[in-house]
Ligand binder design. Sequence first.
Ligand SMILES: [Zn+2]
Length: 133
Amino acid sequence: MYEKPLPIIDPDSAPYWSATQQHKLVIPRCLDCGKHHFYPRALCPHCHSDKLEWTEISGRGTVYSYIVANRPAGPAFKADIPYVVAVIDLAEGPRMMSNIVIDDPSKVKIGDAVQVCFEDVTPEITLPKFKLV
Ligand SMILES: [Zn+2]
């Protein structure tokens, strides 16, 4: 049984979680200015348009920042330490917080190229994570 906290799917985030289940990463893109954003919002943060669409992205990015957690965020994370929590600069522009899946966290460096990977944690939830490339 999966014991870590799970995201709560609501109407605004449902397309995102539906895509991750299919091992695709989608984020909103503005039909007026063409820019992507993340997290999802009702209005484009670049031009305030409400003409947004979910768009599949490359899943490529670089490490903007990260920490190596040597103490678990809670009992459910104890078996994972040490683990990497990172902010990824997506190739499409926005930043996304996630984990970097790696055996040796000391190998992660700022600026490293990463690619999304997917962890099916429950029948409803698949989490996007990243690996070094
Ligand atoms: Zn826009």
